[in-house]
Design a protein around this ligand. Structure first.
Ligand code: PLP
Length: 392
């Protein structure tokens, strides 16, 4: 008998995106003529900006030339991209290229970073959470503690009274769609300093931040360089969900050996990110690309506003959607989140994500994503409005 990693059996299967997809596919099979609109999954709908595509074409050509071919050896990322990230995003915080790593997705990075720490480190994850932190941590055979996030606290994770070594924070938050202010984050930095903890700060939606009191990076906060590792990605800005390119910062200020140790690990565990993807990512910083990216983000945030206004109009309680493409909605009456999901699927042919997928504390809520096309969002809004106009 093979002995499997027992932690893999802790991965939630029933309340998962796999179950959601199964239910949707069953519905589609039984109702082949129905047009289903997905406000469920957090994938982008806008294509990759043209200037980025052009750079990727050029990169493909470079790989065919003996003088410009690139192979192994760029374990922490190509210098050109690390330099551009420094120049455009992290230079203001006095980081060096050595503290920047290029990778192939924050999905992987957010938990593979745990290889840096003791296996017995006490890890704290919010409930609800982006499920990958939890399941990815289980895949690495680690124990997890949970920090409930509650409506009465405005969905802000409350500072723990006990010591934890590693804390996952996500801002702008998936699934809740709110973003943390400077004033609030200061409390976490203070906790981390006092407890010698590391904050793993998932900041993949930083380009969506519009509120002036929300920092775009955790490093805007004093002392954060001693406590925090920040993760960003090109997925939700440059539409790289299929291309794959991410980056993260490990500050030397955490410990003088930290980057030496992590480089030893990475050299042996990672062969680098796709050259073509990195060239495309580099082009994200060009003026023309930036304009398209900003247009796309505004497009999604406009979608979010229309969706949020619609739910508010019909007396739902709603959070998020201002600094994030996600909106968190309270279920109608006393329905569970799977019942709410079934209601939206059966009655309105709209897919929403049941809160329970993000954690046991979230069964009274569902998440909607504004990353779809304007056309689809309009259809969804019309269906919701038609239904609730009749109800009122
Ligand atoms: N982190 C959060 C909070 C996300 O919502 C997502 C994707 O939905 C990711 C990370 C994954 O990012 P990437 O595409 O870089 O793997």
């Amino acid at each position: 008998m093979i002995k499997y990693n027992p932690y893999l059996f802790k991965i939630e299967q029933e309340n998962s995106f796999a179950t959601l997809n199964k239910k949707v596919n069953e519905y589609k099979l039984n109702n082949p003529t129905k047009k289903i609109i997905s406000l469920g999954i957090g994938d982008v709908s806008r294509p990759i900006p043209r200037p980025i595509i052009e750079e990727m074409h050029k990169a493909v050509e470079e790989l065919s030339d003996i003088n410009t071919f690139k192979g192994y050896g760029y374990y922490y990322g190509h210098d050109f991209l690390r330099q551009a990230i420094l120049d455009n995003e992290y230079g203001v915080f006095n980081f060096t290229k050595d503290e920047i790593y290029i990778s192939n997705g924050t999905k992987t990075d957010s938990t593979s970073i745990l290889e840096l720490f003791d296996v017995n480190a006490k890890i704290l994850i919010t409930n609800p959470t982006y499920p990958v932190y939890l399941n990815g941590t289980y895949a690495l055979s680690r124990e997890v503690s949970f920090l409930p996030i509650k409506e009465e606290d405005n969905f802000l994770p409350q500072i723990p009274t006990k010591k934890y070594d590693i804390i996952y924070l996500c801002s702008p938050n998936n699934p809740i769609g709110i973003a943390y202010t400077k004033e609030y984050l200061e409390k976490w930095i203070e906790y981390a300093i006092n407890n010698n903890s590391i904050i793993l700060y998932d900041n993949v939606y930083h380009d969506y931040i519009t509120s002036p009191d929300v920092p775009k990076s955790i490093y805007e906060l004093p002392n954060s360089k001693k406590t925090s590792i920040e993760f960003r990605s090109f997925s939700k800005s440059s539409s790289f969900t299929g291309v794959r390119c991410s980056y993260y910062i490990i500050p030397n200020d955490i410990d003088k050996d930290i980057n030496h140790i992590w480089k030893l690990r990475t050299l042996n565990r990672f062969n680098g990110t796709d050259y073509i993807a990195q060239k495309g990512a580099l082009a994200s910083y060009d003026k023309e690309s930036k304009e398209i990216i900003n247009y796309n983000i505004k497009y999604y945030l406009d979608n979010a506003k229309s969706l949020k206004d619609t739910f508010l109009k019909y007396n739902f309680k709603v959070w998020g959607g201002i600094d994030s493409p996600f909106i968190w909605v309270k279920n109608p009456s006393l329905l569970t989140s799977w019942e709410t999901f079934s209601f939206f699927l059966n009655e309105l042919n709209i897919i929403v994500t049941p809160g329970i997928i993000f954690g046991s504390e979230a069964d009274a809520y569902f998440r909607i994503s504004s990353l779809g096309t304007k056309e689809d969002i309009s259809i969804a809004i019309k269906r919701i409005s038609d239904y609730y106009e009749k109800e009122i």
